[in-house]
Design a binder for this molecule. Structure first.
Ligand code: MN
Length: 719
């Protein structure tokens, strides 16, 4: 580690690093990691990642070595401050988790994220070290218990990988995604890894043949000291393409990717990148809609490059990234490298980003869960850039609307926005923006924010400003309701006091007095019903419940389909095989054989989700404490509803062949079937009952063997 730090060591630094190492080693000396290794190997590895993979310096190394001491050992923050000063102590404090958050209604993880994210604006080194910490934990996740693996992997894919991306740490982001997938979707992960290994030889031969003539042309054009190499696509990104585009591994069009890194003096960087581009475009036909120019408009994480996809030999698409050495270092080391190259005159996108975050945080009363969600959608999403009428660029998260833009200009413009002109065409405020749009906002003094605005804004700033405005509005309306209620109570001979208002709020099942007054004012509750309450003196009391114990309630959402009876032994929890009431999540419809986890929902009991459920990462990341390890018991008595989608060539009798296979041959019950034929293709959706995943897999493979069938997919969600 000292060797890697060498160029950054000033006088006395080496000694400081040693002191930090020895302090950490001593403090952790009786601790072991889950794998059995001495604990100190972890902070040491984290420090090494900071130095070698993120490019951080001496101060960060010391913090990385000590990052777990204050939380887990006898060392206090004061000890650290005494030894290393206040700057380092502050960073260590940021790295120390919030202890003793026991309220199970809020999410402890969300609280922790909030704390970490808030430190972002003080000192970005906290988050960089946190990312190194998380990366090492992911690399060594094998020795953890399965439910821990799920929780940690989910948090990583939900927050840490997007954060690494946002900070420009592409390698770390990619590794985090792949490692998360290894635990969350292990089957798919292994399958793609196997196919990649099988085709490796063939792919590198192709890449070499592609590169050879290209190099000759680059040499001839006078390029020197450049590098061209094949770039492996990550398993996670391939899997995403397969899912999004609904194609097979073999059909993923840009499995081939190369990177060209050129050596160019600062003033000629862009020019030389375009020159390299034109040489390539001359040799191979580029796909016009797949040119990405991050040279003219760098991403706000500092990323600069030119991306294109060209048609290579044998009709194969090849993705090409062109960048200079400087751009490459920024792409790999993100924030840290960005600082190294930062120039006084250049507008600093990071500073702007931090400024935006700070602005929203200062105005934030929302719960930690809302906070995390807002943070994710407004700061971690991919970005688009749009122009103001004067031609200034504004970066917004993907799926931002005209209203988001209005709020990003000014809160006043947002609250009064009635529409916009996008590229001179009139659009509604909910219009989704695309990169390159030029916007002009139209306002009116009569406009007022409304509740439904929250459904289409994505930026945290717009959300919090709309909520503020709505609350203000609600308060005004509620004042009228308060007056109405007061008169009503006086009429009945009941006092208008805190006790009675509280009883009424409970009676109408409303969360607050404000809500009660508001609903009275808007006449959404019936004041006549107050007669059901008993009046003793001037005090109101809730009516006695008719039935002493309410029936256990289940959300009908989760019970629409055939639900296994309570006494089945379908699921085993932990070590015991208790019979527990549960429901299958409607969002992913698990069947036996799927990898699943149980989620203790408030009031709805245990809900079983698939590990690959679209909601899984969010649930696991936010509510780790409510996750119950769940697996299927062997049972062939209950059939589960699932759905498959079939695509094929329309042919006489195809429907009867399919239904015959399902009902007559495999003896499965069909619950619903829709078939649409269009221009010679047919598209079928079949919902049917199966006993487990094995049976479903058998059905899929037998359907695939029918002539004319192209694709059979299980559907993941309720679409
Ligand atoms: Mn750690």
């Amino acid at each position: 580690m000292l060797r890697a730090l060498k160029s950054k060591l000033k006088k006395g630094d080496k000694e400081l690093v040693r002191v930090a190492f020895e302090m950490a080693a001593e403090a952790h000396k009786s601790m072991r990691r889950k794998s059995g290794e001495p604990y100190i190997l972890h902070p040491l590895a984290v420090a090494q990642i900071c130095v070698e993979e993120i490019g951080l310096g001496v101060r960060s190394t010391i913090c990385a070595l000590l990052h777990d001491t204050v939380e887990d050992t006898d060392i206090t923050l004061e000890d650290v401050e005494r030894e290393f000063g206040s700057e380092i102590a502050r960073i260590i404090d940021g790295l120390t988790k919030i202890a003793n958050v026991v309220d199970t209604n809020t999410s402890q993880q969300a609280e922790n994220f909030k704390k970490i994210l808030l430190t972002l604006t003080d000192d970005p080194r906290v988050i960089l070290i946190k990312l190194a910490d998380r990366l090492h934990n992911m690399r060594t996740l094998d020795s953890m218990k399965q439910e821990k693996q799920l929780k940690i992997a989910s948090e990583t894919i939900y927050v840490y990988a997007p954060l690494a991306h946002r900070l420009g740490l592409y390698n770390i982001k990619t590794e985090m995604e792949d490692l998360s997938m290894k635990y969350l979707e292990s089957d798919t992960y292994r399958e793609i890894a196997r196919k990649l290994a099988e085709t490796k030889r063939e792919r590198s031969r192709y890449i070499n043949e592609f590169i050879k003539p290209l190099k000759e042309r680059l040499d001839k054009a006078g390029f020197a000291n450049y590098e061209v190499y094949g770039r492996p696509k990550s398993i996670h990104s391939i899997s995403n393409k397969i899912k999004k585009k609904g194609v097979t591994f073999e059909e993923v069009y840009d499995l081939f990717a190369i990177r060209i890194i050129i050596d160019a003096p600062h003033e000629r960087e862009k020019e030389d990148c375009w020159k390299a581009y034109s040489i390539i475009a001359d040799m191979y036909t580029p796909s016009p809609e797949r040119l990405r120019d991050w040279l003219s408009n760098p991403k706000s994480n500092g990323y600069e490059a030119l991306h294109t996809t060209v048609m290579g030999p044998q009709g194969k698409w090849v993705e090409i990234q062109i960048r200079t050495k400087r751009m490459n270092e920024i792409a790999e080391k993100g924030l840290a490298a960005h600082w190294k190259y930062k120039e006084g005159s250049e507008e600093d996108r990071f500073d702007k980003w931090f400024h935006n975050i700070r602005e929203v945080l200062n105005n934030q009363e929302s719960s930690s869960l809302d906070f995390l969600h807002d943070f994710k959608t407004s700061f971690l999403a991919e970005e688009i850039y749009v122009y103001t009428p004067k031609g200034d660029v504004k970066m917004l998260p993907v799926s931002a609307t005209a209203l988001d833009f209005a709020f990003s200009v000014h809160s006043d413009i947002g609250t009064r926005c009635i529409g916009a002109k996008v590229n001179h065409k009139l659009v509604p405020i909910s219009h989704k923006l695309r990169s390159g749009d030029q916007l002009e906002i139209i306002t009116s003094n009569k406009q007022k924010p409304s509740e439904d605005w929250l459904n289409f804004v994505v930026t945290a700033k717009a959300k919090s400003r709309i909520k503020d405005a709505l609350k203000e509005e609600k308060r005004k309306v509620a004042d009228d309701g308060k007056y109405v209620l007061q008169r009503k109570l006086e009429q009945l001979g009941a006092a208008f006091d805190v006790h009675n208002v509280e009883v009424l709020a409970q009676f109408y099942k409303l969360p607050s007095h404000l809500d009660l007054f508001f609903k009275v004012a808007t006449k959404t509750i019936e004041l006549k019903e107050i007669k059901e309450l008993t009046l003793t003196g001037d005090r109101l009391e809730l009516p006695k419940p008719v039935k002493p114990v309410a029936e256990p309630k289940h959300d009908p959402e989760h019970h629409k389909h055939q639900t296994p009876s309570k006494d089945s032994e379908l699921i085993i929890f932990g070590e015991s095989s208790d019979k527990i009431v549960y429901a299958l999540a409607n969002c992913c419809k698990p069947i036996p054989g799927d990898d699943v986890f149980g989620f203790v929902s408030t009031g709805k009991g245990l809900i079983i989700h698939r590990n690959t459920c679209p909601n899984a990462a969010r649930l696991l990341a936010n509510f780790g404490h409510r996750i119950v390890k769940t697996k299927w018991a062997k049972n062939k008595e209950i059939a589960f509803l699932t759905g498959i989608e079939i695509v094929g060539v329309d042919d006489v009798g195809i429907v009867s062949k399919i239904t015959n296979l399902i009902s007559a041959e495999m003896k499965l019950n069909i619950s619903a079937i829709t078939i649409e034929a269009k221009e010679g293709l047919f598209h079928g959706n079949i919902r049917l009952f199966v006993y487990d995943k094995e049976e479903l897999n058998e059905l899929v493979s037998r359907l695939m063997k029918l002539p004319g069938i192209h694709k059979v997919d299980r559907y993941d969600t309720e679409h």
